[in-house]
Design a protein around this ligand. Structure first.
Ligand SMILES: *Cc1c(COP(=O)(O)O)cnc(C)c1O
Length: 360
């Protein structure tokens, strides 16, 4: 008999199983996983052309189990919470953290409470939190206020905090840097991503540095972070009282990992810049229309930022740029409809259908 085929798709068991020797887990850690990670690194031909040949790859983090990168960190955070005896977890969220926490808490069989800014969470993300049975509390305040509240609650009650202030979140999220190097067979020259609460830029930088320290890679990428123009505290150098942007996942005025994000930027020789909502939405439509990739607006800022830098001649043609696409487009379907043409109403007649097809 022939040996059964061993495919990486069939054997992948999640980030803890694959990268466990680089994570704060032991044999005794109960692994809470939905088999997150191993997301595609997709070449982006149209973007490469726009940049004059620089090779661009898209790290498709929306293809994680709850459709955002938050799952990597949540697997480690929930595993450690269960190991430490937690019966409940809590987080503040612009949406994706709550979706992920709710799913992983359900998987672990423990309770989950999420605090979101009222009226600001995208439709798909709210749906995820409630269907996974989380207690979803809509706070009359901003994300930053919600984060203050969950910090205070977790300090006074036996409820584990699973925001990216929790170091296990960062540990899990750094696995995406390992994957990119493993997929490319080398590090990228530049690594572009959105910056909201700033945990992810810190996580990637930690991942790259650990691979460099252990000789798995022999140089480090420049970290290129992007904030929305009216929610850009790190670029402006001061907290933003009332952040505004269509990119709800990064609508944050006072990032928890601010200092460490600045360190990642400076140590890597990179930058953190701002991009307007108009540019974000242009990149959002471009990704969907030219690359066939549907992301949520916050994710499109990676590409908007790279295009902005490309116009200044920032990249050379022999470079590799990775844009992290942090969350799936179906998280925020209302935005997609708003940004598109309305479907045309046509009589149920072949003549009418053909006429419309050829008139556009
Ligand atoms: C959480 C999130 C971000 C921002 O990540 P930070 O670690 O807060 O900087 C960006 N995009 C999406 C889709 C997210 O869910």
């Amino acid at each position: 008999m022939k040996a059964p085929m061993r495919s990486p798709f069939l054997t992948w068991q999640g980030v803890i199983e694959h990268y466990g020797d680089r994570l704060p887990v032991t044999e005794a850690t109960p692994v809470v996983t939905l088999l997150e990670g191993a997301t595609p690194l997709t070449p982006a031909a149209s973007l490469s052309e726009r940049l004059g040949g620089t090779r661009v790859f898209l790290k498709m983090e929306g293809m994680n189990p709850t459709c955002s990168f938050k799952d990597r960190g949540m697997s480690v955070a929930l595993s450690k919470a269960v190991e430490n005896g937690a019966k409940a977890v809590i987080c503040a969220s612009t949406g994706n953290t709550s979706a992920s926490a709710a799913a992983y808490a359900a998987r672990a069989g423990i309770a989950c409470a999420v605090l979101v800014p009222q009226g600001e969470i995208a439709f798909g993300k709210a749906a995820q939190a409630v269907i996974h049975q989380a207690a979803l509390l809509s706070i009359e305040g901003s994300f930053d206020q919600a984060l203050e509240l969950v910090r205070a609650v977790s300090e006074s009650y036996p409820i584990a905090l699973v925001n990216s202030l929790n170091p296990h979140r960062i540990e899990g999220q750094k696995t995406a840097a390992f994957e990119i190097c493993d997929q490319l067979g080398r590090p990228p020259d530049c690594h572009a991503l959105p910056v909201g609460n700033a945990g992810n830029i810190v996580a990637y930088w930690k991942g790259y540095r650990e691979y460099r320290r252990d000789g798995v890679i022999d140089f480090l990428p420049k970290m290129l972070g992007f904030q929305a123009a009216k929610a850009a505290p790190i670029v402006d150098g001061a907290p933003v009282e009332k952040p505004e942007t269509v990119a709800s996942a990064i609508k944050i005025g006072n990032p928890a990992s601010w200092k460490r994000a600045v360190r990642a930027r400076d140590e890597s020789g990179g930058l953190i810049e701002k991009v307007t909502d108009r540019q974000i939405l242009e990149a959002y439509r471009l990704l969907a229309g030219e690359e066939g990739v549907f992301v949520e607006p916050a994710s499109a800022i990676s590409v908007a930022g790279v295009l902005q830098l490309g116009k200044r001649g920032f990249f050379s043609p022999d470079e590799i740029v990775v844009c992290v696409l942090t969350g799936h487009g179906l998280k925020d379907p209302e935005r997609a409809v708003q940004e598109s043409r309305e479907p045309k109403v046509v009589p149920a007649k072949i003549d009418a259908v053909v006429k419309e097809i050829f008139s556009t």
